[in-house]
Design a protein. Structure first.
Length: 291
């Protein structure tokens, strides 16, 4: 049997995160999404004594979790040693595709912008569900298919024009309409998915590329072209970007589409859907005029 080709170059992905940690990291997007994750968590009337921060980077979200009432311990899990050394203990080197935890360990697993790097997202979600105690919560944020649509368009057209072909640059992304179904498929109860758009202004495309490098979010597709883009291609893409996606003040905009996923490990105390045929009234009657 043939072995399927890898989607991501895991070594390159970890190297990108290590480089971001070494150079000081650009954290504004992760910080903003962390705040939004905590806002969602604050809406839940539930305490989570033992939590896992998956994709912890330098531990900003782990520190926020530790300050919440009822939290006794937060484990920081991160694939980049350079980040992890600055996170609070306890901490463990871990890739979201291969979790080193046994079953039913955590009351809460929270993940900030790392699951879009899981080639087998359904499999990763199954591992996360298994690591939750019954009635434990998974709360995650990941980049969705609306992310960097402007940059993709500019690079695609410029590379095609200047180099006669296009290198794979776009990772497969989950659409919001599929996200809740993936949670349910992984065995999580009460699945909820919603999306938000974060738009960031930059002076030019090169400033955006520097930030992506500083975030550790540059191309790590296994099928990517290894040679760097030609200067002419970059200049062409920057020109297209400025022509098509600049605001009135001349600054370009970059879109980050963030998906928020929420699901619970099954427990008998959770609400259950009513059995089929148990409704007391017919939907058709309710939809009749004057009904």
């Amino acid at each position: 049997m043939s072995v399927p080709a890898a989607l991501f170059d895991r070594r390159a992905w970890r190297a990108h995160r290590e480089r971001a940690a070494r150079l000081g990291a650009v954290d504004f997007l992760h910080d903003e999404v962390a705040d939004r994750l905590i806002d969602r968590l604050d809406l839940i009337n539930h305490e989570f004594p033992l939590a896992l921060d998956l994709g912890a980077r330098a531990g900003g979200l782990a520190r926020m979790l530790s300050a919440r009432p009822g939290t006794e311990c937060v484990v920081a899990a991160e694939p980049a040693v350079g980040f992890l050394g600055r996170a609070p203990a306890p901490r463990v080197v871990a890739d979201p595709e291969l979790l080193p935890f046994g079953g039913a360990r955590f009351d809460l697993i929270i993940s900030n912008l790392v699951l879009h790097w899981a080639a087998d997202l359904p499999g990763a979600l199954v591992q996360l569900r298994r690591a939750l105690k019954p009635d434990g919560l998974l709360l995650a944020a990941m980049l969705g298919d609306a992310t960097l649509v402007e940059l993709r368009a500019a690079l695609f057209e410029a590379e095609l024009a200047e180099e006669g072909g296009v290198s794979p640059r776009v990772s497969p992304a989950v659409e919001l309409t599929d996200a809740a179904a993936l949670l349910q498929r992984a065995g999580l109860a009460l699945p909820v998915a919603d999306g938000e758009t974060i738009t960031v202004a930059y002076p030019d495309m090169l400033a955006l590329l520097r930030d992506l490098r500083g975030m550790g979010e540059t191309n790590a597709l296994a099928a990517r072209r290894r040679a760097p883009l030609k200067r002419a291609t970059l200049a062409h893409a920057a020109r297209l970007y400025a022509e098509r996606f600049a605001d009135g003040d001349g600054r370009i905009r970059a879109t980050f589409g963030v998906l928020f996923l929420c699901g619970w490990a099954p427990h008998p105390s959770q609400p259950k859907p009513l059995p089929r045929g148990s409704a007391a009234a017919r939907l058709a009657d309710a939809l009749k005029p004057g009904g």
